[in-house]
Design a protein around this ligand. Structure first.
Ligand code: GH3
Ligand code: MG
Ligand code: MG
Length: 386
């Protein structure tokens, strides 16, 4: 049952209001205060669903009470019905303008009091319901419902914000693109429900392996992207390697008790200091590196080939993206970081089946055209049931 706060300096009115509402069956819990200050104190100390407030009171009157209540946002949703004198139109208008939801003329009619209180309590409940629904919708608009990580749209927005921040403060920003190896086989062999459970587990492991301010987004069906603020390529490779090992070593136990492991391939890049890459460029670099990791045998990470150049012109960056001859970049590809340098000749991306268009996936698993995508590499290993 809702709780009502009655603020009135007249004891007889407080009693009458209380008895009327009790008999009317709209509420059975009451707090009574004799002035605005006492009323605010009760409001701070208790959960209150509705307030009935006299206008003329000693010390803090009804208007001052409304102003005090307005200064605390947490009370915005608690409706106030002002109790005004019969012909005091000015007080009614002033009360409504100061935030009251309604007014009731004294001496009030009992049925009217009950009816108005009931309506305002219902409205309050409806607003609370709407707010909860809105929060749920906002959550759904941001989160991938299967895995609980950011969906692609929200992830891209957050990535953009992080990249702008990194450029503004000239800080590094790591970016890792990760794709589960031979995931189609997992689905084909064990069914989509097992596939879904693996996706959930991989997402959980990624979140667990990262810091609170790192971003994880579901970029496609079985593709995730990590954005790592304050992390350079070397640091991103270390994070990626940790994720690779965690995922590779954890088992999914199936209904029959057997366990299933999956591996992932990862492409790593970062925003180099004094450059202004776009989100699309970083994703493309990470995607290219991921493609090389697939080609080189999967279950590994590869670093993007990128060097610094003039940073202002975004078109210039495309030209700057070339195979790095910088030995330090090559060092980063050494086994010490977990990355294997690909011995395979660098192939231009061509489809095995020329009719199969280059696409990437959305979280529903359906393919859609997108800038970052890759072909399947030739050297396939089965997802090892173990
Ligand atoms: P590769 O190692 O080259 O990445 O091979 P792959 O089999 O992982 O890649 P491919 O692109 O051939 O297949 C990806 C599969 O992921 C196909 C698709 O049905 C599956 N998939 C995408 N989204 C979902 C999902 O939400 N749930 C499940 N169970 N499967 C999904
Ligand atoms: Mg894929
Ligand atoms: Mg895959």
């Amino acid at each position: 049952m809702p709780r009502v706060l009655i603020i009135d300096d007249s004891e007889s009115i407080r009693h009458r209001v209380q008895n009327t509402l009790k008999e009317g069956g709209v509420c059975d819990e009451f707090l009574t205060a004799t002035n605005g200050i006492e009323g605010i104190r009760f409001l701070l100390e208790h959960d209150v669903d509705l307030i009935l407030c006299d206008v003329v009171m000693p010390h803090i009157d009804g208007f001052k009470f409304l102003n005090l209540k307005k200064s605390r946002r947490q009370f915005d949703d608690v409706p106030v019905i002002m109790l005004t004198g019969e012909d005091d139109v000015g007080a009614k208008v002033r009360g409504l303008e100061a935030g009251a939801s309604d007014y009731l003329t004294k001496p009030f009619h009992e049925k009217e009091l009950v009816a108005r209180v009931r309506v305002h309590l219902q409205n309050k409940e409806l607003r609370a319901h709407l707010r909860a629904k809105n929060e749920q919708l906002e959550w759904l608009a941001r989160v991938d419902p299967l895995t609980g990580v950011a969906n692609r749209r929200h992830f891209m927005e957050s990535f953009e914000l992080e990249l702008n921040r990194a450029i503004r403060h000239n800080r590094p920003l790591g970016c890792v693109m990760l794709d589960i190896d031979h995931f189609k086989r997992v689905n084909d062999t064990h069914g989509h429900l097992v596939g879904d459970a693996i996706l959930v587990r991989v997402a959980r492991e990624l979140k667990g392996a990262l810091r609170g301010h790192d971003l994880v987004g579901r970029y496609g069906g079985e593709e995730f992207v990590l954005v790592l603020p304050e992390v350079d390529t070397h640091g991103a490779a270390a994070v990626a390697e940790r994720c690779r090992m965690i995922i590779r070593e954890s088992c999914h136990t199936m209904e029959d008790g057997t366990s299933l492991n999956v591996t992932v391939s990862l492409g790593i890049t970062s925003r180099l200091l004094d450059t202004e890459p776009s989100v699309t460029e970083l994703l493309r670099l990470a995607d290219d590196a991921l493609y090389r990791a697939k080609e080189a045998g999967r279950d590994q990470l590869q670093l993007a080939n990128v060097t610094k150049g003039s940073s202002r012109n975004p078109k210039a960056l495309t030209a700057r993206v070339r195979k790095s001859n910088d030995p330090s970049e090559r060092r980063k590809s050494s086994p010490a970081t977990g990355a294997r340098s690909s011995k395979a000749p660098v192939r231009r991306r061509t489809t095995k089946n020329p009719t199969k268009k280059k696409t990437s996936k959305n979280p529903s698993g359906k393919r859609s055209k997108a800038p970052a995508s890759r072909r399947k590499a030739n050297n396939s290993k089965p997802a090892a049931p173990g």
